[in-house]
Design a protein around this ligand. Sequence first.
Ligand code: COA
Length: 256
Amino acid sequence: MEFNTLLFSVENGIATITINRPDKMNALNKDVITDLSNAFDEVYNNAAIKSVILTGAGQKAFVAGADITEFIELDATDGANLARIGQENVFNKIENCPKPVVAAVNGFALGGGCELAMSCHFRLASENAKFGQPEVNLGLIPGYGGTQRLTQLVGKGKAMELCMTAHMADANEALAIGLVNHVTTLESLLERTINILNVINTKSPMALGKVIACVNKAGTTEGYETEITQFGECFGTSDMKEGVGAFLEKRKPVFA
Ligand code: COA
């Protein structure tokens, strides 16, 4: 697939989506939001794609936020629309993607960039990565789900502090508060992410989709009920027959 603002490649079932405006710190303008929406439609629909890496071009930024140059003319309605379109077409689409999506955070992940990383199912960071929600510096607040997902990931107190102070957390601080799962060198970031996805890609795609659906409901009133339903739906599927059958036959399962 060809995009103006993204690089998109697929290798061994892993789609790598690279936000490609390195001279603007990969800031999320309208075109990037549209391209990301279309790229994730392709992820949903292309059976050759088993999982996704989301990263940024260059060695400085994952994404340094929404494109601030698009803000000055907006009124309250425009602002709400910007947040709604982004959340519905991109951030929620990534979070609810039935295939694993991992952020490889290769530098600044600020504002919408931190929110984009948080919409992925989990995150790896390079040592130079910096995370923050600096919107209060601009007389703004996070609008792409940051107040919600940051609270879910790091807890209310840390989320409040990060959103109030605009503090940029380095990779090890992000690791300590659970914002990222692993810290690597910049050079080994993609390789480490691919290694994790190569493991995940041997598992049942059906079950992976159900893990994502259930974990996304954690903390809501529907969480346990969703798990019961999704667990039940596994039974009788070809993946369940292959997985359980392979165990009983003492061989490795091969999922479609
Ligand atoms: N929106 C639009 N442009 C952005 C941007 C953003 N969020 N973040 C960076 N850029 C642009 C800069 O304006 C600059 O463009 P120019 O070369 O045309 O002047 C270019 O990217 C390089 O950024 P620069 O600030 O020169 O790099 P730096 O290394 O000195 O600083 C940052 C890097 C990320 C600390 C700094 O760019 C920054 O604070 N960006 C804004 C972060 C932010 O508030 N994000 C939340 C938005 S809601």
